[in-house]
Structures are given as structure tokens and as C-alpha cells.
Design a protein around this ligand. Structure first.
Ligand code: EPU
Length: 331
């Protein structure tokens, strides 16, 4: 059995039958049949058990920058760290990804969840995603539309049965530096360079979110729920300070962190699991936690939020049991 504690940012002591580092498409062609699980660095996963199969760790690197009219086309290996890529691009004065600075995890994992922070999502700048189909044993590629990006969602997340291993992503970034400042902590700021914006984002993240190198966590544990306008208005009457984010489709997004906080679940501890003191949406491993302690705390939070607001929170992290991905409701 192989230890997975370095491959899940909760730092849980779980194991897999086997673990293979994938450095190239050639390596993928040699992957044996049977049950496999594709991992980046495990920064958005919760293992509830030892995995009875082979874990494939994406370690495909490589970076190519092409000039294309007013844009750059960036081809980045799926196993690169997303933050390493952003640091590299900013050093070359190439902008467009700074708002995603310091998000843990790999480039290949980013389109799966359509990672987003501080007013942008990766899907906005994806040109195409290249993958290796582990079942059909051939390479393929999706353009942005085929990726079906949504809030923390994509074709890849909706179809885990396809077993598509993301080998490379191509991003289209404009040459002109156009800082994205819609997030409430950034409005009104002036940034002369992508480096300055990246520094500000890193500072914002550090203020609110725990560093997974020091405290085991997987970022936001739950998704921000979307409700009808009527439900949002009813809540506003009772809680005038509730943050509401109207969406283009007529629904209203609520801040799960705010709901959890108001339900009395910020900075609480259950066993060796807890919620972060400055961001209740983040469940942390306070040291030596077992998977069931994380699950028990998360279920408790769901009940408290349900009782207080009649809203059902759903996890943002992906949950894996002994035989693969499991649904939250089955736990
Ligand atoms: N809030 C509270 N108490 C809390 C947490 C939040 O009152 O304990 C309030 C905040 O004051 C704010 C609102 O809730 O008014 C929203 O909080 P924040 O701006 O921190 O953003 P979020 O909606 O909680 C999302 C992403 C984060 C991302 C931030 C910044 C999701 C599930 N989470 O959090 O992404 O970093 O916005 O853009 O969409 C992640 O996905 O792992 C992640 C960390």
C-alpha cells in the first residue's frame, strides 16, 4: 500500500494500493487496466477510506508561450502547479491569471472545478484542454465550449466515468494588462503591474485562508448555494446584512461562509476537525484527524445551516471512498 498523506491537502493518513507518477503521455499509454483515480496534488479531495486501486499523479510539466496577435497563447502541462505557472507568467510580465494566485493544486485540476477566486474563473481564459482518454486509449482535445464551464463545474466534473486525464491546457491571455477588480476587496485599487496585483491577492488570501502546508484543509468545503430571488428577499428581510450575489440566470448566490458563521459554526472544533477562524467555509484538520471526523463535522454544519436558514449546503470538495468517487448523500 502507498501512503497518500502527501497527496491530499487535508493531510489524512489514507493509502492506495498503488501510486504511479505520470510524466508524459507515453506513461499514460502504459497504465494498466483496472480501477484508477486521477489526482493533481489532492487539494480539493476528501478520502474517506483507503483507496482500493491505483492513483495516477499528474506530473506532466512543460510551458510554451506563443504570441498570437494581441494575445498570448500559453500551453501549460497539467502537472504544473497553478500558482507556479502564475508566478512564472507574472515574472515575464504576462497578465491575466493574477486573481487566481496562491490557489493550491495543479493546472490540470483547474478546469475540472473551474477554479475561481477574487472575481475570476479559469474557464474565462481557457482556449482548449487536451487530455488522454484512459478507456479509449487515445488523446483528445476540447475547446472552451465543450468544457461546459459553470460555477465550480465542467464537463470533466460532470463525467468522471469518461476517465479523461488532462495533459495540457491552453490559455488565451491578452497582452494588455487589464486588472480584474470586481471583488469587493480590490475595487478602487490601482495596480501598475501584474506583480502588484498578484501580491495583493496573496495578501488577501493569507488574511482569510489557512496555508495547507501548515494546516490541513481543502479550501472551501461547501459550494456557495444558489437560491431564487424570492428566497433571497425573504432572507434579506430577516438578515439585512446577508451578502447576496445576483446571477445572470436570475438566481441569487449566497455566501456559504456567512451562513455557516451565522449558524454559529465559525472556529468550532469537533474531535480533531474544525472550521477556520477567519473563514467558516473552510474545514481544517486540527492535527491527526480521521476522515470520519471531517465528515461528521461537515454533516453537523449542514444540519445547523438547514435548521437556521432552510438551505441545504453541498460540498465543493470531491469525496473518494475505497472504490472511487462517492456521493455526499451516501455518507
Ligand atoms: N463571510 C462571513 N463569515 C465567514 C466567511 C465569509 O461573514 O466565516 C462573509 C464575508 O464577509 C463576505 C462573504 O461571506 O461578505 C463572502 O466571503 P468571501 O469573500 O471570503 O468569499 P466566499 O464566497 O466565502 C469564495 C470562494 C473561495 C474564494 C473566495 C474569494 C467558493 C465556494 N469559495 O468564497 O474559493 O477564495 O470566494 O474569491 O466559491 C475555494 O474554492 O476553495 C475557495 C477558497
Amino acid at each position: 500500500m502507498q501512503d497518500l498523506s502527501a497527496y491530499n491537502s487535508f493531510g489524512l493518513h489514507v493509502r492506495a494500493e498503488d501510486l504511479i507518477m505520470i510524466h508524459s503521455v507515453e506513461d499514460l499509454k502504459k497504465v494498466p487496466g483496472g480501477q484508477v483515480l486521477i489526482l493533481g496534488r489532492g487539494s480539493d479531495v476528501l478520502f474517506t477510506d483507503d483507496y482500493q486501486g491505483t492513483v495516477l499523479v499528474n506530473d506532466i510539466r512543460g510551458l510554451q508561450v506563443e504570441e498570437c496577435g494581441d494575445d498570448y497563447l500559453i500551453k501549460a502541462g497539467g502537472g504544473l502547479l497553478l500558482d507556479g505557472l502564475i508566478e512564472d507568467l507574472v515574472a515575464r510580465n504576462i497578465s491575466g491569471l493574477e486573481n487566481l494566485s496562491a490557489i493550491p493544486g495543479t493546472v490540470g485540476a483547474a478546469p475540472i472545478q473551474n477554479v475561481g477566486a477574487y472575481g475570476m474563473e479559469i474557464g474565462q481564459v481557457v482556449e482548449s484542454v487536451t487530455f488522454y482518454d484512459l478507456d479509449r486509449r487515445c488523446a483528445g482535445s476540447f475547446d472552451k465550449e465543450q468544457c461546459e464551464f459553470g460555477y465550480r463545474n465542467s464537463y470533466f466534473k460532470k463525467h468522471p466515468e469518461r476517465r479523461l486525464f488532462i495533459t495540457e491546457i491552453t490559455l488565451r491571455l491578452t497582452r494588455e494588462f487589464k486588472p480584474k477588480l470586481s471583488y469587493h476587496g480590490l475595487e478602487g485599487h490601482i495596480f501598475e503591474t501584474p506583480y502588484q496585483l498578484r501580491e495583493q491577492i496573496i495578501a488577501l488570501r493569507r488574511k482569510k485562508l489557512p496555508d495547507p502546508k501548515k494546516v490541513g484543509n481543502a479550501g472551501s468545503f461547501f459550494k456557495n448555494p444558489q437560491v431564487s430571488t424570492e428566497k433571497a428577499q425573504d432572507l434579506k428581510k430577516i438578515y439585512p446584512d446577508i451578502p447576496l450575489y445576483p446571477q445572470a440566470d436570475g438566481t441569487v448566490k449566497l455566501a456559504a461562509g456567512w451562513l455557516i458563521d451565522k449558524a454559529g459554526c465559525r472556529n468550532i472544533t469537533h474531535g480533531r476537525a474544525g472550521t477556520w477562524e477567519s473563514q467558516a467555509l473552510v474545514i481544517v484538520n486540527r492535527g491527526g484527524a480521521c476522515p470520519h471526523e471531517i465528515v461528521a463535522l461537515a454533516k453537523y454544519i449542514v444540519c445547523e445551516v438547514m435548521n437556521r436558514f432552510s438551505i441545504i449546503l453541498e460540498p465543493e470538495v470531491r469525496i473518494y471512498g475505497a472504490r472511487g468517487e462517492v456521493s455526499w448523500n451516501s455518507l
